[in-house]
Design a binder for this molecule. Structure first.
Ligand SMILES: [Zn+2]
Length: 346
């Protein structure tokens, strides 16, 4: 007769899973309510958890000062992109999970009473990836900062450009940089805050163009992943070379600021960085020479190839046609070169 074993019920969890969060850095179990109170920073080891866009705005701006703009902007699936899921399905799932239309939220707010144009990113929405909507919001935030002469604050949290939008996503790099360049030329300050992670196309465009670039402790900041970077340049890279502290030590970011001090720090910076006075119809914009990429490149080309000289009219085709640059040194220099070894010998 078979022995009947008592059936074991699956043991219930001692507490609901959404009550506690395990710190990935020190493995401490953190009570969620306590974690929210401490701006999602681990009280034991100081690990900075990622923040939603709403929590970021709440933590950075004066209470109740935020006015959202362009809330209705929404991505369209121009390319008909399908990977494991279709792009519209991915968007819908992300919208449902986060309650956002896309990975950035922008508008006006105040920090310590000072009005700012602000744009924050949410990593929870498709990895904070930058498609046309994120690029447009960043650009409009910069343009509003320019027209209203108020500082621009951008908080980045992104894996990079959104692959589902292909070239349209890549075009946002140029677009955002162009808007920021106009801002820089008009002497309107831009404070960029790099949170964990700030990588890919966002790192390669607006995130590192701040007048002051602030990083959160231990934030992952870089262009490509560590393995890809090491493989590309075929070199061993130091441990933690893409972390905020390393980048600070090497001068790439200006400050590493604990989240709990971030608001105070930004307020202090905005106290020092005051937009240049508005001289009407954009006259202030001309007070400082702007960056001229074409001029820069042509002067660089002049330095790199100095011996090209003025273009001489080609003589009629010689028997040995060769590139102009491979011409022989002038006779005097050639003679000196031949003479040198003998002089040193004797
Ligand atoms: Zn911890």
């Amino acid at each position: 007769m078979p022995i009947k074993l008592p059936s074991f019920r699956p043991r219930k969890d001692a507490y609901p899973p959404d009550l506690w969060t395990k710190c990935p850095s020190c493995s401490e179990m953190l009570f969620n309510k306590q974690l929210e109170k401490s701006d999602r920073v681990c009280s034991t080891c100081g690990h900075h958890f990622r923040l939603s866009a709403a929590a970021r705005l709440e933590g950075l701006l004066d209470h109740g000062s935020f006015i959202e703009l362009d809330a209705g902007l929404q991505s369209v699936d121009t390319l008909g992109f399908v990977d494991q899921k279709s792009y519209p399905d991915r968007l819908a799932a992300a919208q449902l999970a986060t309650g956002l239309r896309d990975a950035a939220v922008r508008g006006f707010g105040a920090i310590d009473g000072r009005r700012v144009s602000i744009c924050v990113m949410d990593f929870g929405f498709m990895g904070g990836s930058m498609g046309a909507v994120v690029g447009e919001k960043v650009t409009r935030a910069a343009e509003d900062a320019l027209s209203e002469r108020v500082p621009l604050v951008i908080v980045s949290a992104s894996g990079g450009a959104r692959m589902q939008e292909g070239t349209l996503a890549l075009m946002q790099l140029a677009k955002t940089c162009a808007a920021l360049e106009r801002l820089r030329a008009a002497c309107v300050p831009f404070v960029s805050i790099l949170s964990d992670p700030t990588t890919g196309g966002v790192f390669a465009s607006y995130a590192v163009l701040g007048d002051v670039n602030i990083a959160e402790p231990n934030a992952l900041i870089g262009f490509a992943g560590a393995r890809v970077t090491a493989g590309t340049i075929a070199q061993e890279l130091p441990p933690g070379f893409q972390r905020a502290e390393f980048l600070f030590e090497h001068g790439f970011v200006d400050r590493v600021v604990n989240r709990r001090d971030l608001r105070r720090e930004v307020a202090l910076l905005l106290h020092y960085l005051v937009p240049a006075a508005w001289a009407g119809n954009g006259a202030a914009a001309e007070s400082r020479p702007g960056f001229d990429p074409i001029g820069f490149l042509s002067s660089l080309a002049d330095k790199v190839v100095p011996d090209l000289g003025p273009v001489e009219p080609e003589p009629d085709r010689s028997p040995q046609p060769g590139p102009t640059r491979a011409r022989k040194p002038p006779p005097a220099r050639a003679a000196a070169r031949h003479g040198d070894p003998e002089a040193s010998d004797g």
